[in-house]
Design a protein around this ligand. Sequence first.
Ligand code: NOJ
Length: 746
Amino acid sequence: MKKYLHIIMCMLMVSVLSYGQEKSIEQKIETMLSKMTVREKVGQLNQLDGRGMHGSIAELKELVRKGEVGSLMNITDPNVVNEIQEVACKESVTGIPLIFTRDVVHGFKTMLPIPLGQAATFNPDIVKGGARVAAIEATEHGIRWAFAPMIDITRDARWGRIAESFGEDTYLTAEMAVAVVKGFQGENLAHPQSMAACLKHFIGYGATEGGRDYNATYIPERQLREVHMPPFQIAIDAGAASVMTSFNDNDGTPISGNKHLLRDILRNEWNFDGVVLSDWGSVTEMIKHGFAEDRKHAAEIAIKAGIDMEMSSKSFIQYLEKLIDEGRVAGTILDDAVRNVLRLKYRLGLFEQPYTDIQKPTETYASHHLEIAKKMAEESVVLLKNDNHTLPLSTEIKSILITGPLADAPHDQLGTWTMDGEPETTQTPAKAIAAMYGNDVNVHVVPSLMYSRDRNQVRFEEVLYAARSVDAVVVFVGEEAILSGEAHSLAGLHLQGAQSELIKVLKTTGKPLVTIVMAGRPLTIGKEIEQSDAVLYAWHPGTMGGPALADILFGKAIPSGKLPVTFPKEVGQIPIYYNHKNTGRPAKGDEKSLDEIPLNAKQSVLGHSSYYLDIGSKPLYPFGYGLSYTTFEYADLKILNEKLGKEDTLSITVKVKNTGLYDGTEIVQLYVTDLVGSVTRPVKELKAFERVNVKKGEEKTVSFIIPVADLAFWNMEMRKIVEPGKFKLTVGTNSETGIETYFEVV
Ligand code: NOJ
């Protein structure tokens, strides 16, 4: 009892202290604000790029001196950061420090797997650890504000930015969002190694029509609230310091001009008091959208809608003063925006400690950073196929051929958004396998295609010759980094260049063929998978991808990753995602395929269900899919209380047995189906998951605790409610396979 009293006292002290700190921050903001001119206030809302497009460093310093800049992007030399900061603090009219920002999307120098790969770990702890590594390295270079995590939900692999996302699921994305926020921001945002997170892109950008970047979206508010918004709200509750608005026009309103979303929901409903930042040019792009007449009008719309700081397009600094003079924008609106910016600067401790400590010994590329990057890469790899226990490579295998365009591609394996990543530090599979396992097997590295789009097959003969002389072939295919990311959408998701031909010719040798795919998105590779004996999906695995894959190939690490996104068979199936609605005529699975339809068949032969005549209703692989070198069996799914009230908590247990030959890790997934609702509900929704390590032959009981409140949805009146009724619970190894039970909310 005494111990608990002590804990409660401590918690009270902490909240009283932080309340006190926040109160004094608010007082300081008011004092600061009362001394500022309108021009100086507007200056705080101006974010400029430091790479030359907004002037030389000398010119930027001059703007800083005049108080016309609030934040600078993309300067990563800490000496330059300090120089400019000194101008802001000591020579500028306001003396207000700047915030230096950067896209730290999946690591700073030590590159982690792309976010889509991070999501495949289903391991928020390691993702948090990776974000901490990124924050330590970035802050060392002067960066205190990262434009990440990107938490757009996307169900379209054509969209190049799927690589930057955590995939298609709202719950998984929210877990990862919180992990990144905590990793970046640490215990205390004011610590010099903490970096403010920026949740992006608010909102709905991942639903861009046709997967074409920057395109319009048509998301009704219920879907916005159920699918796209929860990761933002949950990460804000976890303390996220800022939010970036998205480029898309949703149902007729560009988000950067949407007052309902930015003020009514983000500010008033969610009580967000951090900074709302526009995306690059998203304010003035409202002119091209046909929503603003000119730059002045764009500035007026954006500030009124709730944008605090404008990234790069400079319409605020150009027009806000005039708009206020003319009475088109109220001074109180400007003051609120400035309060939000100053609050972030106080929270970051910039007024006390504006400079980067350049004397501190560097931690960039520290061995424990590389270790986390390797572990994360290992956990992100998804084993899609493993016929005849091809993997791990047996001790009988004495020689292997390593080939394919991604085998030794130090730049490409880092993936998209690697502004500070350095290919010269990348450890590629070709090098790592030879270095780590070269004593156990003969490793022959023979180049075949020079890059993923390469069509030139001149080296195939030599590769074939080498393949015939080894015991197994490992081919690395996929996408160059440039093929995913911003503005890099694709209409076709097949392997580019002559990669399919390469797999086809390697198959003719009859040697065990292991295909490893490094890509920024799901690819439609059913045919290539068929031709391979084993397939590992490694995304773009980052700096340590090579050693991670080497250990997986040779069984030192056992794959445990699961797909954070549904893999389509064909592009024509998109959008395809596991938590879809059922339709009135769901596919049964026994529908006839094209080849089975008799000539001149009557319509009735085909039945009437929701599927494609040519490829059926199933994806290539479902969400949550991923094999291990071992196997797991699920049994004894139990719910403690099968009838629950709305305030209750579900207590669930399930037994998971390792029935295979290796110790392994299983990601146990729990899905809930609300069987009847006043608004139709998805066929199932992920509500929890757990990574469990199970030794071979061992059985573990896994427990889940889920508040009934988590089953709520937005009803016709747009109220979030839990409706009484029956629910199905499925626990299993992916979103398609599992054991079931039922419960009732009364
Ligand atoms: C545009 C991108 O949409 C955004 O994600 C990024 O943070 C900014 N550019 C800054 O580079």
